[in-house]
Design a binder for this molecule. Sequence first.
Ligand SMILES: *Cc1c(COP(=O)(O)O)cnc(C)c1O
Length: 396
Amino acid sequence: MHRNPPPFDIERARRETRGCEKLVHFDNAGAALPPAPVMDALVGYLREEEEQGGYEVMARRAAELEQFYSAAARLLNCSSTEIAFTESATRAWNAAFYALNCQPGERILLGSAEYGSNLVALLHQARRVGVELVEVPDDEHGQTDPKALESLIDERVRLICLTQVPSGGGLVNPAAAVGKIARAAGIPYLLDACQALGQLPVDVEAIGCDILCGTGRKFLRGPRGTGLLYVRKSLLNQLEPAQLNHHAAELLSASEYRLRNDARRFECWERSYGGQLALGVAIDYALEWGLETISARISDLASELRRQLDGIEGVTVADRGLQQCGIVTFHTQQQPSTALQRKLAEKGINTSTVPFSANPLSSEQHSTPPLLRASLHYYNTGKEVERFIEVLRELL
Ligand SMILES: *Cc1c(COP(=O)(O)O)cnc(C)c1O
């Protein structure tokens, strides 16, 4: 290892993570433990709504609420006018996808890590409209093969879809290599960065994606029921949302409206304002730690976990890919993953299993579903990894 990581302030990270005192939380790809400043912001906002009235608090704290957009823009390296607040990554992805208004005979290229929910929407449009879905083959490392993608480009291709980090595996897809091809061909590129945000540096200019979705509760450590959508300005005017409302479009008269010219055309007016505020706080909190620092720390912990898992008889680590992240998936000969997850939980260790529906196209899934998933964050420690291994050995 040539990397010389800066000293990581693990004491601060744990002091500001109240939940980590009582348990080992290895389910950060499901929902991470939020840090104290995020939850304090959320609970404080809700308390003010209780005591002052929702509209009144919203008006008084308008500037702070607005900070969500600038925080998200800093996170992704874009303009705040290219950001929409959503209740989830699914809402964000769907809003953009259906606005593309794909036509019969058009093709959509997608990688094998595509999230199951996205796949349902893609299949829906295939059935209803007659778009053709074409799966891009993986390379020998199990990641989307940019060369194979390039060879599938022709005038029929309307959209390229990629899930950067699958929810059920440790690999990181070559999102920027895909972006290069999409840009050269002038084809819109929709990136599902749900498991990447808060875990890896994600820069929409470096990657070259035109649309991106993310969620609050995973590696960003935000509250549940929050998410975000990025849409590149140059594409925005070509995307008319499939559903409109009087926040997305201004009513000019009883018979006329004008669509907003920013990404908020994908929003509704009503939402969890406390959630929006707290997601902004969570993004700033992540930026304060630094995404390079965070990803290096997570990657070290996850490598250590994979190394120790490899040393246990009957355990097979399933993660593929050249670049790997904090999501560690494996199965054991001794016990089904669902039973192991339950027994680990009884010992105060949170993990999850990966259902087939998480990324159904992935080859990792087909052999022995479900896998057990241990997903690590920077506030986890080497000691917790050791405890996990110790308990797992006992259970097996
Ligand atoms: C969790 C997840 C989603 C969906 O996020 P929601 O906020 O639950 O809608 C989408 N894509 C990937 C890769 C995910 O892991």
